[in-house]
Ligand binder design. Structure first.
Ligand code: ADP
Ligand code: MG
Length: 528
């Protein structure tokens, strides 16, 4: 058998690669595509506002019947009041894959430089229509309008239309409009759920959504308390590999190895730098650009093995905090009880992360055979692949790490568990950003954090039960109040036995403020 020598080799552009592998980024079919497109645009919109200290106002709409004889094509429009995009960056931001302002060590919802472009690419492939972007930055006196498509072969933006107009108001922000083939009816529950969860995690945002049937949902801002915006950080030496080390050398302006180590990493001061340089036996004055591959390998190895660094800094992370979590849960779920906990920062593989959890119980939450889990990473709701997520492994009632009966929970129970993981590097399982891998350090923190809030819930349940039992006791005694009151009235020559009865009743009711006593004044009394 002879082997053909006619194989043709060529490389793919990034756009062509993702065009062929759309499912990697979550665009696998018309149901997922419309959900994913909304999600990517909303996440960009929120990033553009809250990462810069602006209280977000986000308007989302989906319209149908926008192309004659194509009922499967929808128009998605997302508007924000964020910082806007400079006109020179708009074409690449929306029509060149792997172009991003988020390729730095800073906690954002985006990170792959793919989201907006995948939506544009999918829209272009299924409808042949360009994306429209309207944007104005905060200090600009003009509003820019672009219509763009992607040259897939070259991975370059094609500008089909460009215009600008003078700004008459102080509006700043971005509006993105794109057409795509979707399946609204099947995506509808997920999109609604996504927006509801976004409103829970960002109660400081005002979000309006209009669906294709012109139903309007308004998630009103319920607090003006906002998380501290994230800040960019230098890499921690223990999270660095050869490639990152080389990239840091390329972008650094430092002249000596010692200066390079001190300036480009967090947690390395003069003393630590000296000790590392001594270990590797290199010249501290050597120009970092002249380091050989062997030098770099040795340095990376030494940095990884050195165990005397300060832990990675976490003050750059943007966590929500207990107040915001509680407000979000209360305003959307209307439970009877909430608790929240933000844990101290921890580290995995040189990356700082913070876990926060919330618990909501009772009230409008329907009882179920398992907890309703609300997962978030860097403020993004994660909706798919729940069963493979690290948190599910912890809370699953049958085989999970947490045994709920310790916390007085018996199934069915009206229980919602919220978990938020934030980090400059969230250990997602795939670029679709849908579930979190079971990194041991993360798993432990998730468990501990849920236990923290579950303990508060337990205390509440125990307290309530005690109150309930006492109220039941009271109810059995309260029945005799009318008789007692009239006997007392006789003894004391008091004319109105009713005022005595009311007094005694008030005394009892004051004590059981939190327990509903039904039928007060009637003969039949019961406790709820
Ligand atoms: P990523 O969000 O991962 O960076 P995207 O393709 O979603 O990738 O977005 C690319 C870039 O476009 C972002 O990094 C951001 O700089 C810019 N961008 C996108 N949408 C907006 C928006 N609504 N407001 C401001 N900037 C935006
Ligand atoms: Mg994005």
């Amino acid at each position: 058998m002879s082997i053909s020598s006619g194989e043709k080799f060529r490389s793919l552009s990034a756009a062509e690669f993702f065009y062929r592998n759309k499912e990697i980024a979550g665009f696998s079919n018309p149901v997922r595509a419309i959900y994913q497109a909304v999600r990517e645009l909303v996440e960009n919109a929120l990033d553009a506002a809250d990462s810069h200290g602006i209280l977000p106002v986000i308007k989302v709409s989906i319209d149908s019947d926008v192309v004659p004889e194509r009922p499967d094509i929808y128009l998605i429009s997302v508007e924000d009041n964020g910082i806007g995009i400079p006109p020179d960056n708009i074409p690449q931001a929306f029509a060149q894959l792997l172009y991003s302002s988020k390729y730095v060590l800073r906690q954002t919802r985006g990170m792959f430089g793919l989201g907006a472009k995948m939506a544009v690419l999918y829209g272009q492939l299924t409808t042949g229509k360009p994306v429209e972007v309207i944007s104005s930055t905060i200090n600009s006196s003009r509003i820019y309008i672009f219509r763009l498509s992607i040259d897939v072969k070259e991975n370059r933006p094609v500008i089909l239309y460009k215009a600008s107009l003078r700004k008459e108001s102080d509006w700043h922000g971005t509006i993105v409009k794109l057409f795509l083939e979707g399946d609204w009816n099947r995506a509808k529950p997920k999109i609604y759920e996504y927006l509801k969860r976004t409103a829970i995690i960002a109660p400081y945002a005002s979000i309006v959504f209009k669906d294709p049937s012109n139903n309007i949902v308004y998630f009103e801002r319920s607090t003006t308390l906002m998380p501290k915006p994230p800040r960019e950080v230098k890499p921690h030496p223990q999270g660095v590999d050869m490639e990152l080390f080389k990239m840091l050398i390329q972008s650094s302006t430092t002249k000596t190895l010692k200066e390079f180590l001190v300036k480009e990493f967090q947690g390395i001061g003069e003393v630590t730098a000296n000790s590392i340089i001594n270990t590797v036996k290199l010249d501290p004055l050597k120009d970092p650009r002249n380091l050989t591959a062997e030098d770099i390998e040795l340095l990376v190895k030494t940095l990884k093995a050195y165990d005397n660094f300060k832990p990675p800094r976490a003050d750059h992370l943007s966590y929500l905090g207990e107040e915001i979590i509680k407000t979000g849960l209360k305003s959307i779920l209307k439970p009877e009880f909430v608790a929240a906990k933000t844990r101290r920062p921890r580290v995995y593989e040189g990356h700082a992360f913070i876990v926060e959890a919330g618990i909501a119980y009772g009230g409008d939450i329907p009882p179920a055979e398992e907890p309703i889990l609300l997962r978030f990473a860097n403020k993004i709701p994660l909706l798919y692949d729940e069963s493979s997520d690290v948190t599910w492994k912890v809370i699953e009632p049958k085989s999970g790490t947490i045994k709920w009966d310790i916390y007085e929970i018996k199934w069915p129970s009206p229980l919602v568990v919220l978990v938020h993981i934030c980090s400059t590097k969230v250990p997602y399982k795939g670029v679709g950003k849908e579930s979190i891998a079971d990194v041991p350090e993360v798993e432990k923190e998730v468990e501990n954090c849920i236990r923290d809030v579950a303990r508060e819930l337990k205390a509440y349940i125990v307290r309530r039960r005690k109150e309930f039992e006492e109220a039941e006791k009271a109810v059995s005694i309260v029945k005799y109040i009318p008789d007692i009151a009239s006997s007392l009235a006789k003894i004391t020559n008091e004319s109105s036995h009713e005022s005595i009865a009311n007094m005694l009743m008030d005394l009892v009711l004051k004590k059981f403020k939190n327990v509903k006593i039904k039928g007060v004044g009637d003969v039949v009394l019961s406790v709820e």
